[in-house]
Design a protein around this ligand. Structure first.
Ligand SMILES: *Cc1c(COP(=O)(O)O)cnc(C)c1O
Length: 457
C-alpha cells in the first residue's frame, strides 16, 4: 500500500518512507491511497489480544515490512504496558463505558502510538545507518510519550518543543528527567500554537530537514493515527454484537488525531452510531461541528492543558476524506484557512459526521466531583471534558486519555484526595535538564544542527 498527500502534490510513498518523513513534501499530511475495507475481516479478529489485533491491522498498511518483523515490533512496543488488557473497557453504567488508555509508560493514550513509532524509527536506523532527528511540539503529553518511546534508541535524537510554564509540573518532569543524552526538551517562550508554527517552519526548510534527516513525531505522523485506530477496534470488538452499532465514541480532543483515528476506523467498516468531539474552552472544533465556523482564536490555558490547542493539525485529513479525497479542494481550503485564519464549510456532511461539546474549567471541576460521588470513579481533567450531555446517547464509550495521577493538583483541589502512581513518584528525585529557546525557526535549527554526531554501531 502507498500513501499520498492530502494536498496531492507529492509522489506516493511507501509506509516506511511516509512514517520516516512524517509530513509530506508538499506540506500536506499522508493518508492511505485507499482505505481498506475491514468489514469481512473484523469477525475473524474477534477475541485477539491487543498486540495481535494491532499486528493484523498494520498488515493492511505496512506492506513493506515482513510479517514476522511486524509482529515482533508490536509485541515489544506494548511490552511495558502495565495492564493485562492494555486498554481495559470499564463499565460505569448501562449506557456509559470508559476505555482506559492510560496504562502505558507515560500514563496517557499517546503511548499507544509512540511506543510503536519508536520501534519503527529504530528499524529505519538499523536499515539505513542514518541518524534520525525527531522533532515535535507538545502541549504536554506528546512530548512525554515521544521521549519515552525514543529514549536511549541508538541513532535517534529527540527534540521536543513545549511552551514553558504551560505544561503540568509532572509532564515537564517526564520530559526533562530521563537522564538520557539523546533527548532534548526545549522550553520555548510562547504558546503551543507558536511552538507548532515554528516547527512547521523548520520542516518547511527542505534543505535543512533533508540535511539532518528530520522526522515529525507530532500527531501528523501517519503511523500514530493508524496505531490509534487499533484501540477503537479493540473496544468495539469487546462490546456485545448488538451494542456496537448503537455506540457513540466520545473523545476528549485537542489536535484531532485521536477522534480522527476512530472516524477512519469507521470508514473502514467499524459500524458505530457516531463520534463526539469533546473540547475544553479552546473550542474551535466545537464551533466548527456546531456551526461550520472554523476560525482561530488565541489558545488559553485550561485545566486540561493537552487540549489547549486552536489549530488542530489533523483536521486536514478529515477535510480530505470529507471532501471526497479531493486533494485540490483540500489544498484550497487549507490555503483559505492560512490566509484568512478561518474556513467556512460549504459542505454539510463535513459538519454532520460528528457531534461536539465544550467544557470550561468550572464544569471540569464539577464533573470530576460528580463522577467520583456517583460512580466512585476518578477521571483526569481531559477525560472529564467528555462527560457532557451524554443522555443523548443510547450507549457511549468515553476515551479516557490520561491517568488522574498526572494531574494531582486538580484532583486534590476537587476531591481532597491525593492520587499518585509509582512511575511518577520516582521522577521527583531526578534532575531536570531543559533547553530554553525562543519560538523561532532559525534558533531551533541552529540548536538541532549543534547536536549532530554520527551513528555509532
Ligand atoms: C493529546 C491529548 C489529548 C488530545 O488528543 P488529540 O489527538 O490531540 O485530539 C487529550 N487528552 C490527553 C490527556 C492528551 O494527552
Amino acid at each position: 500500500m502507498n500513501f499520498v498527500s492530502t494536498r496531492g502534490l507529492s509522489e506516493p510513498h511507501s509506509f516506511s518512507e511516509a512514517v520516516k518523513i512524517g509530513l509530506a513534501p508538499d506540506g500536506g499530511l499522508f493518508v492511505p491511497e485507499i482505505l481498506p475495507s475491514l468489514s469481512l475481516k473484523l469477525s475473524g479478529w474477534e477475541g485477539k489480544s491487543y498486540p495481535d489485533l494491532c499486528a493484523s491491522f498494520f498488515r493492511e498498511f505496512a506492506t513493506d515490512i515482513e510479517e514476522e518483523e511486524l509482529v515482533a515490533m508490536v509485541e515489544e512496543a506494548y511490552s511495558n504496558f502495565d495492564h493485562a488488557e492494555y486498554a481495559p473497557l470499564v463499565s460505569l453504567s448501562e449506557s456509559i463505558s470508559v476505555l482506559e488508555l492510560f496504562h502505558g509508560p507515560t500514563l496517557a493514550f499517546k503511548d499507544f502510538a509512540l511506543q510503536l513509532l519508536g520501534k519503527l524509527y529504530e528499524r529505519q536506523v538499523s536499515k539505513t545507518g542514518l541518524l534520525i532527528n525527531v522533532l515535535g511540539a507538545t502541549s504536554g503529553d506528546t512530548g512525554a510519550a515521544a521521549i519515552s518511546g525514543l529514549v536511549g534508541k541508538k541513532g535517534v535524537n529527540v527534540f521536543i518543543l513545549y511552551p514553558d510554564g504551560r505544561v503540568s509540573p509532572l509532564q515537564e518532569r517526564q520530559m526533562t528527567c530521563t537522564g538520557e543524552t539523546n533527548v532534548y526538551p526545549m522550553a520555548i517562550t510562547g504558546s503551543f500554537d507558536e511552538a507548532q508554527a515554528a516547527l512547521k517552519e523548520v520542516f518547511g526548510d527542505r534543505d535543512f530537514s533533508r540535511a539532518v534527516n528530520l522526522s515529525a513525531v507530532n500527531s501528523i505522523n501517519l503511523a500514530r493515527i493508524l496505531a490509534q485506530c487499533v484501540y477503537y477496534l479493540y473496544a468495539w470488538l469487546k462490546l456485545p454484537v448488538g451494542q456496537r452499532e448503537k455506540t457513540t465514541f466520545v473523545v476528549p480532543t485537542g489536535n484531532f488525531g485521536n477522534v480522527l483515528a476512530g472516524w477512519m476506523a469507521s470508514q473502514m467498516g467499524m459500524k458505530v452510531a457516531g463520534f463526539r468531539v469533546a473540547t475544553n474552552r479552546n473550542d474551535i472544533l466545537h464551533r466548527f461541528f456546531s456551526s461550520g465556523d472554523y476560525s482561530v482564536d488565541d489558545a488559553s490555558a485550561s485545566l486540561a492543558p493537552s487540549m489547549d490547542i486552536q489549530v488542530a493539525s489533523n483536521f486536514e485529513r478529515y477535510l480530505y476524506f470529507g471532501l471526497g479525497e479531493d486533494a485540490d479542494k483540500t489544498r484550497e481550503a487549507m490555503s483559505e484557512f492560512k490566509q484568512k485564519g478561518k474556513f467556512e464549510s460549504r459542505d454539510d456532511s463535513l459538519i454532520k459526521s460528528m457531534s461536539s461539546s465544550r467544557m470550561d474549567d468550572s464544569e471540569i471541576f464539577e464533573t470530576i466531583s460528580n463522577l467520583y460521588h456517583k460512580y466512585g470513579y476518578i477521571a483526569d481533567p481531559h477525560t472529564a471534558c467528555a462527560f457532557k450531555d451524554l443522555d443523548e446517547f443510547e450507549h457511549c464509550v468515553i476515551l479516557s486519555t490520561a491517568h488522574p495521577a498526572k494531574f494531582p493538583e486538580t484532583i486534590e483541589e476537587t476531591l481532597g484526595i491525593s492520587v499518585t502512581h509509582p512511575s511518577l513518584d520516582s521522577l521527583k528525585e531526578r534532575q531536570i535538564v531543559k533547553h530554553p529557546i525562543s519560538a523561532n525557526a532559525d534558533a531551533i535549527k541552529e540548536f538541532i544542527a549543534s547536536k549532530q554526531k554520527p551513528v555509532q554501531s
